[in-house]
Design a protein. Structure first.
Length: 309
């Protein structure tokens, strides 16, 4: 298979929802006599999996099989009527990422599973019931958007955008019409509410309808994250208004059994003016930033070029 032309695939969640994605796969399931690793990429909120194609193809060239997919309601996984879809962030982890892990277990038997997670993708990673099969996790700007963690210089406009305009439009339209505004992909209403209602303790976000879970179910979610044991390298960028130190550490505190390292990267360290929340996965950073992920996924050790936050 040409690494520039991934094969489309369909994942089936336990509730029957069909998810679209793509896979880059090598002809052999071993590499130098060892099982070849599979990398699954968990996207940021309402970012299509195609956004990560160049990074996925690069990982494939460096020896991984790679799977990317869209969460329900996004891109290849968007239903005919988005306003009819009942889905929130928890569904993306418990059902959609879980479907990707179950597919990996069947289609890539015996191969280690690594995860590259962007933004909410880091939170999603800990929610899947089958997360125990993960070997290593590399995250970029991973957090769950509690508003107090936004960078002070950006907090007011972000509050107005994501915690006032977004839920209002989601209620009016039945979904958040973000593409029309040029902000991101159109987004299920429950996801918009997960974001706009985000509390200091994520589980408190799901105490009210229409995204409510019972107290017992919310406590079970916290226990699931606490049971996660795969090592995590959490990278944050100093000019990312979402991925502040407070935001990254707030999420990491839930992973009480997972060894983790938090690396803080400044644009000046690599001679650029800005990186922000999204640009890590731009191909212009192939030689400067992407090796951070490669070194961690290969060795389980952070690159000596950077120091912990």
């Amino acid at each position: 298979m040409n690494d520039c032309q991934p094969a489309p695939l369909t994942l089936h969640a336990a509730d029957g929802f069909r998810l679209g994605g793509y896979v880059w796969r090598h002809p052999q399931s071993d590499l130098n006599g060892e099982p070849r690793a599979l990398a699954i990429i968990n996207a940021a909120t309402s970012v299509r999996c195609r956004y990560y194609f160049r990074f996925a193809a690069w990982l494939h060239r460096h020896g991984w099989d790679v799977l990317v997919y869209d969460y329900r309601g996004i891109g290849e996984s968007r239903p005919a009527r988005l306003a009819d879809l009942d889905a929130n962030w928890l569904d993306w982890g418990e059902r959609d990422f879980e479907a990707a892990l179950r597919y990996a277990h069947l289609a890539f038997p015996g191969q280690p599973v690594d995860v590259v997670a962007h933004s909410i993708g880091g939170f999603v990673t800990g929610l899947a019931p089958s997360a125990a099969m993960i070997r290593r996790v590399f995250t970029v700007g991973a957090q769950y958007a509690h508003w107090r963690d936004y960078a002070p210089r950006s907090r007011l406009p972000m509050l107005l955008k994501w915690h006032v305009a977004m839920p209002l439009l989601a209620y009016v339209c039945g979904y958040f019409p973000a593409a029309r505004l040029g902000w991101m992909e159109d987004t299920p209403r429950g996801v918009a509410l997960s974001w706009s209602r985000s509390r200091a303790r994520f589980e408190d976000t799901y105490a009210r309808a229409p995204i409510a879970r019972s107290p017992e179910a919310r406590a079970a979610l916290v226990r699931r994250l606490a049971a996660f044991t795969a090592p995590i390298l959490a990278v944050s960028i100093t000019d990312d208004p979402f991925g502040t130190i407070a935001a990254i550490e707030r999420l990491l505190r839930y992973f009480t059994r997972a060894p983790h390292v938090h690396l803080r990267v400044a644009p000046a360290q690599i001679g650029v003016e800005a990186i922000g929340h999204f640009a890590f996965f731009h191909s212009r950073f192939e030689t400067q930033l992407w090796p951070l992920a490669l070194h961690w996924l290969r060795t389980g050790a952070p690159s000596p070029k950077y120091v912990a936050a």
